[in-house]
Design a protein around this ligand. Sequence first.
Ligand SMILES: Cc1cc2nc3c(=O)[nH]c(=O)nc-3n(C[C@H](O)[C@H](O)[C@H](O)COP(=O)(O)OP(=O)(O)OC[C@H]3O[C@@H](n4cnc5c(N)ncnc54)[C@H](O)[C@@H]3O)c2cc1C
Ligand SMILES: C[S@@+](CC[C@H](N)C(=O)[O-])C[C@H]1O[C@@H](n2cnc3c(N)ncnc32)[C@H](O)[C@@H]1O
Length: 666
Amino acid sequence: MLDNQPWKPAHHPTISWKTNNIPYSEENRDIYYSNSNGIDESNYYFINSNDLHKRFKTHTEERFCIGELGFGSGLNFLLTWLMWSNAPYPKPKLSYCAAELNPMSLEDLKKANNKWPQLSHLLAELIEKYPVAIKGQHRILLNEGNVHLDLWWCPADIMCDDLSSYDRSYFDAWYLDGFAPRLNPSMWSSKLIASIAKCSKPSATFGTFTSSGDVRRALEQAGFEVIKQKGFAKKRNCLKGRLLISSTNHSKITPWDISTNTNEKSIKHAVVIGAGLSGAHIAAALNRRGIEVDVVDSDKIAAGGSGNNQAILYARLSTKHSLLTDFSLQALIFSSSMYSEMFFDPTFRRGEDGDLCGAFVGSEDTELLAYLKDALGKHPEIAEVLDHKEASNRLGIEVVKNGYWLSASGWMHPPSICKNLLERPGINSTLDCGKVTVRRQGGVWIVKGEKKFECQTNLVVLAAGDACKNFLDLNWLPLRTNIGQTTQLRSSNDLSQLKAVFCHDGYIAPTRFGEHCIGSTYHLHKKNVILRNEDHLTNIEKLRSSIGKSHDLKILETDFDGWVGRRCTSPDYLPIVGPVPILSKFNSVYSALSKNAKLHVPEKAPTHPGLYISTGHGSRGLTYSAISAEILASNISGEPPPVSRRLMRAISPARFLIREIIKRRS
Ligand SMILES: Cc1cc2nc3c(=O)[nH]c(=O)nc-3n(C[C@H](O)[C@H](O)[C@H](O)COP(=O)(O)OP(=O)(O)OC[C@H]3O[C@@H](n4cnc5c(N)ncnc54)[C@H](O)[C@@H]3O)c2cc1C
Ligand SMILES: C[S@@+](CC[C@H](N)C(=O)[O-])C[C@H]1O[C@@H](n2cnc3c(N)ncnc32)[C@H](O)[C@@H]1O
C-alpha cells in the first residue's frame, strides 16, 4: 500500500451457505472447508501434516510461529488454538500470522463456526476481538497474551513479502489454504512460495490439501522437501513437507531501520525509564513475554504528559492512505481492544478509569465526509458519517457540525492505565529517584538514579518523553515540546447528558466525578508548565462554537480548574519507536546515500546493544503507546512485527538520520 492511494475498507466476501452451514465463496466459487467433516479435514491437512501435537511438546524456543495463507472462517486457527490450549506445560507461546484478502464479516464468522461446541469458548474470545475491515495488519492478544493472532487484511503475497524483507527467520510451520489453485492462482505463485521460504526457520514445515504439480514444483524450487501423502476422506493426494535449503534474502530495501543486534531474544531483565503511558505499556509488553522489568522515574507514576484526567482515544480519518493515517488507525484498533480488556479487571471501573463509549468527530471538510460516506458503505463498525442532528441525538447534546462516529473510541484516565499496568506481577516501580542516567560499562548498561536506584542490565528502554534527548549522545533526536492545558468543567444539567466523546477543534468527554474534561491548548514556544486563565477561555470558546446555542456555558466560567502538561512531539507527528542508532557509525555506514539516495546499502543499522526508545507520541499518546510497546517487545523478542515494514520505518528513530544524510546530497 502506497501513500496517497485512496483509502478504502477491505471487502467482505459474498458468502452463500451450503448444507450444514458450510460457507461458500461466490467470488471464488469454492467452499471454505469440507462439507463432510470440516474439523477432521483441517486437523488432517494442517495440524497433523505439521506434526504439531509432538512439536508443541518438544519445541525449545519461547514461541512457536505459524503462518497461514487464507484465514477465511478462522477454523484452522481455532483448532490450532484448541490443540495448543490442551497441550501440556511446558509449551511455547503461540504466534499465528494469517493473510486474508476478503475478511469475513463478524456475522459470517460466527455462523461458520458456531456449530462446533468444542470451539465455542475460543470463538467467543475471537469474536470479541475480531478486527474491523481496515486494510493492513491487526494484532490480537488472546489467552492473556500467550497467543498472538496477526491478521493481515491484504493479499497473501504482500504479507509474505513484508515478513521476508527483514531477513529474519520467524516461522516454524505453514498452512497453505487458499482456494483450489486453478480457482485462486494468486495464492500459489512461485514468487509467493519463495517469500515463505525466506521468512521461515530452518526445517520449517508446511501442510496443504492440494497435490497440484505446479505447487509441488514451486515448493521444491523454494527449498522445501515435498512429500505426497493420501488426501482426506475421498481425496486422492495432498502435500506436506519441510524446508531443506534456507534461502537468503535479496531485499532491495536499505535496512537502516533494522538493528545489527539480534541476540536480545534471551534477555530476561529490562529497565524502563519513565512511568508514563509509554513506559507502562512497554513494561507490560515485556512482562507478557516473561521479562522481569524495573521501571524507574524521577517523579511519580504519570507525573509527566500522562497526567490528564480524560484523554481521548481516537484517530482522524482521511480520503488517502498516508503513514500517519495508517499508523493511527492500526494504533486505535489495537489500543481500543487492549483498553476494553482492562475493564474485565473489577478494580478498573467504567466511568472512573475510562469508557470506550465512542466518539463523534465534527468536521467541516465536506469532501472528506462525502468520500467517507461512500467508502465506508456497509462498515459502520469502522466509522459512520452522521449529520449534526443524528450526531446530537447520539451524543445527547446539540452539536453544530456534521462529522463521523468512531465506535472504537472513548476516553481513558491515563494515570489509572499506568497504575494498572505497572502493578502487574513481575514489574517493579521505583519512583522519585531523581534524574536517572544511563551509561555503558563493561558490556552492560548501568542505570542510576540521583537519589535512589542503581542496576546493571542488558536491556534499557527510554520512555522519558522529551527528556530522552538528554540521555547518552541522543541530542540529535528532533524532539519538540508542546505545552498544553485542559479545563475541568463542572457538569451542568444539559452537558451531563453527554454520552460519548465529542471532538471538534478541541474535545469534551462525558462526566467523570461530576466534571467534564475539555481540551486542549497548544503552545510550541512557551516554556513554563503553568496553568493560564487565557487557556481556559480558549478551551471554553472552542467548545462554545461547536455546540448548539441552547447550551449555556456562562455559568461555568468562574473558578476554573484544569491540568497543564508537556507533549513531546516529532516533526512528522509520528512517534519515535525502535532501536537507538549509534550516531557516528550510522552516518558512516549510510554516507553513500548522500550521493545517491536510491542506492541499496545492504548493511543493517549500527545500534546501541539493548537500547530502545519510545517517545514523541505528541497528542496521541493514549492511542499510540500501546502498539508502540508491542512493536518494541516483538522486535526485542524476535517475533514477527505487529505492523508492516512501511510503518516500522515510519516510526524508526533512524528515519531522521537517514533524512539528514539524504538532505546533504552533493
Ligand atoms: C493538555 C494535554 C492534553 C492531551 N490530551 C491527549 C488526548 O486527549 N489523547 C491522547 O492520546 N493524548 C493526549 N495528550 C498527550 C499524551 O498525554 C502524551 O502523548 C503521553 O502522555 C505521552 O506519554 P509518555 O509516557 O511518552 O510521556 P510522559 O507521560 O511525559 O512520561 C515521561 C516520564 O519520564 C519521566 N522522566 C523524564 N526524564 C526522566 C529522567 N531523566 N529520569 C527518570 N524519569 C524521567 C517523567 O517524570 C515522566 O513520568 C495530551 C497531552 C497534553 C499535555
Ligand atoms: C479455503 S479458504 C480458507 C479457509 C480457512 N483457512 C479456514 O480455516 O476457514 C481460502 C481463503 O483464501 C482467501 N484468499 C483468496 N485469495 C487470496 C489472496 N490472494 N490473498 C489472501 N487471501 C486470499 C479467501 O478469501 C479465503 O478466505
